[in-house]
Design a protein around this ligand. Structure first.
Ligand SMILES: Cc1cc2nc3c(=O)[nH]c(=O)nc-3n(C[C@H](O)[C@H](O)[C@H](O)COP(=O)(O)OP(=O)(O)OC[C@H]3O[C@@H](n4cnc5c(N)ncnc54)[C@H](O)[C@@H]3O)c2cc1C
Length: 482
């Protein structure tokens, strides 16, 4: 990190672009940091690309055996004053790392609450309202390290190692990874024994996977990931069908999974994205194992991270939005960030720091990148990312709606009953859902009340113009059908 002038870094957020889809997982951020935004940055771009590639490679080859990756090397330079835009996971995890390295950190967040897409707030009636349903895969090593650091690692509840599909009529399909032997055998068994696909589709599915680089990943993870990266411009559907997979497999299994991972279907999701995840599942027994928070994110995730940041002297500035990134141009033509123009309602101020981090969502960063910077391909590429509208609905029931076996149990309100896991469905506009009263009971199980379904509607566009009542009506109807 240079001290003389500012740099700007930008997070990899969960934006998706047609056939340029980033997995939604860890809140890593891309440091495109020379100190100056000049031709030198263009040169450095290849370094950034290489860094990203090695991050992907690390996941399969060098990822530590345990849950927690090693600490980054200790920084020995002078203390910096850093301004971070955005208090989502990317902004907060950046703050944690910077504070640990001895820097001074201020986080500016335009919303009234922290956490960004994984945030939640309490409404006037005391309900915890989440921005979206969150599950944590066993390969989220960086997130686990962050949670351990802030003392929140016990806030994750491990779910059964199976991926459950709820089909029309309440019929359950499983992709069941529970097996006495770990990777890759547990995965092979899961795919061969799944009842979510008919025998013919299952056989064709097996052929496609056998012909995929995932098999190579078992013996040559680096080579396999290079092969997978080359499939970035091919949709998963195109790739899968070309290898003998069937449309029925896509509809019954892979679309719900793709929607849950990236909010788009297999026709739009890149083969690279899906196959990277499959490679992780195939090589790491834990990767496909899901965890969910004990309760709401504000209490069990953002809360402990915020406390850690504040205990270390970091400061949050809520409702302070960055309106403009200010920059200057040196005589040699290179540009550098000189400040941030901030506002909170009618108040305005300029924030100056030694270093700046933009940890915004994609629409947010698109509004902030100065027009001039778009001459650099790296910044211009941001505008190729297309956001995907997603609607999250929380519905409380006076019974247990995922208790599909025992009518009596589903109707009583003395104790929780039903499916305690992330649930996928190919038969509703919400591709994945969970009963939070069971899966994250600490804030969501309420005595005398039943299920609290959280449903993720993807694509969310058709629902955006509808009233809350109409959305509830439609989701409830579909919920009853599945
Ligand atoms: C419904 C849903 C379900 C999801 N489920 C999962 C899951 O199960 N597993 C998983 O790994 N991931 C999941 N994700 C993705 C995950 O939530 C995101 O990848 C992650 O939270 C992104 O964090 P971030 O900090 O990069 O961005 P964000 O969370 O979007 O945070 C960006 C923050 O920057 C602020 N901001 C933007 N512009 C400005 C500005 N100009 N000034 C000040 N502040 C600004 C925003 O208000 C926001 O708080 C899900 C996402 C959604 C929407």
């Amino acid at each position: 990190m240079a001290t003389s002038s500012a740099y700007l870094s930008c997070p990899a957020t969960s934006a998706t672009g047609k056939k340029h889809v980033f997995p939604n997982g860890s809140p890593g951020f891309l440091v495109f940091g020379g100190t100056r935004l000049s031709n030198r940055l263009v040169t450095r771009k290849s370094v950034i690309r290489a860094d990203l590639d090695s991050m992907v490679s690390d996941m399969s080859t060098n990822a530590p055996k345990g849950l927690f990756p090693p600490e980054p090397e200790h920084y020995r330079g002078p203390k910096l004053k850093v301004a971070i835009i955005g208090a989502g996971l990317a902004g907060m995890s950046t703050a944690v790392e910077l504070l640990d390295q001895g820097h001074e950190v201020d986080i500016y967040e335009s919303r009234t609450f922290i956490g960004g897409k994984v945030g939640s707030f309490v409404d006037r009636r005391g309900n915890h309202i989440e921005m979206g349903l969150h599950v944590f895969f066993g390969c989220y090593n960086n997130l686990f390290r962050l949670l351990k650091k802030v003392g929140a690692e016990k806030n994750l509840l491990v779910k059964e190692h199976t991926h459950t599909f709820v089909n029309k009529g309440g019929e359950i399909g499983e992709l069941d990874f529970r097996f006495p032997v770990g990777a890759p055998l547990h995965g092979i068994n899961a795919f061969l024994s799944t009842n979510q696909l008919k025998i013919y589709d299952k056989a064709r599915n097996a052929v496609a996977l056998a012909l995929s680089p995932v098999v190579r990943a078992l013996v040559d993870p680096d080579g396999a990931l290079q092969q997978i990266r080359d499939l970035d411009n091919v949709s998963f559907s195109e790739w899968f069908l070309s290898k003998g997979g069937t449309r029925a497999s896509i509809q019954r299994m892979w679309d719900p999974v793709a929607y849950a991972l990236g909010f788009i279907d297999c026709d739009n999701m890149s083969a690279r994205c899906m196959l990277t995840i499959f490679a992780l599942f195939a090589t790491k027994t834990e990767a496909s194992l899901l965890r969910m928070l004990k309760g709401s994110p504000d209490v069990y995730l953002s809360g402990p991270i915020k406390k850690y940041i504040m205990d270390k002297g970091g400061r949050f500035h809520l409702r302070w939005g960055c309106r403009e990134v200010l920059y200057e141009t040196s005589s040699d033509g290179s540009m550098y960030v000189s400040g941030l123009a901030m506002s909170k309602a009618t108040q305005k101020k300029i924030v100056k720091a030694d270093a700046y981090v933009a940890a915004c969502d994609v629409p947010g960063i698109k509004r902030l990148v100065p027009q001039k910077w778009r001459e650099l391909e790296f910044f211009d590429n941001i505008y190729k990312l297309v956001g995907v509208p997603v609607v999250t609905v929380q519905l409380r029931y006076n019974g247990w709606v995922t208790e599909l076996q025992d009518l009596e149990r589903s109707r009583q309100l003395k104790r929780a009953a039903g499916l305690d896991n992330l649930l996928y469905t190919p038969d509703a506009d919400f591709s994945c859902f969970a009963d939070l009263a069971l899966a994250s009971p600490d804030d969501y199980y309420i005595e005398g009340q039943g299920s609290l379904l959280q449903c993720v509607l993807t694509p969310g566009d058709p629902y955006m113009p509808l009233s809350n009542d109409e959305i509830i009506k439609r989701v409830t109807k579909q919920g009853l059908n599945t």
